[in-house]
Design a protein around this ligand. Structure first.
Ligand code: FES
Length: 104
């Protein structure tokens, strides 16, 4: 059974903006945005050197880390600079206008 946690209301997530939300059981606030009409939620910490991505820039479907400028595709988690790095993405479920993610 998945460990499902509430993130925010659907209305809190906007296309073209990267917003961060505190989630119970997650150390760093997660990131959420809308891509191709779907809400995507990812880890809010860079897998390179533990820098918060909450201050990162959204460019198309990617977030640019403020630490060293690495680009992570929010659809896949892939890093455009180092293939071995991957930004964690959380499975999203929408229930009654609320965004929930599976942590496990
Ligand atoms: S800490 Fe994010 S790219 Fe280095």
């Amino acid at each position: 059974m998945a460990l499902r946690r509430y993130v925010c209301d659907v209305a809190d997530v906007v296309a073209g903006e990267l917003r961060s939300f505190t989630v119970e059981g997650v150390t760093w606030p997660v990131l959420a945005t809308v891509l191709d009409g779907a809400i995507v939620v990812s880890a809010g910490v860079c897998p390179h050197e533990d820098v918060s991505l909450a201050g990162g820039m959204l460019m198309g479907a990617s977030v640019i880390c403020p630490g060293h400028g690495y680009r992570f595709d929010l659809r896949t988690g892939r890093c455009g600079h180092r293939k071995q790095l991957e930004l964690r993405r959380y499975p999203v479920t929408i229930v009654d206008g609320q965004v929930w993610v599976d942590l496990l």
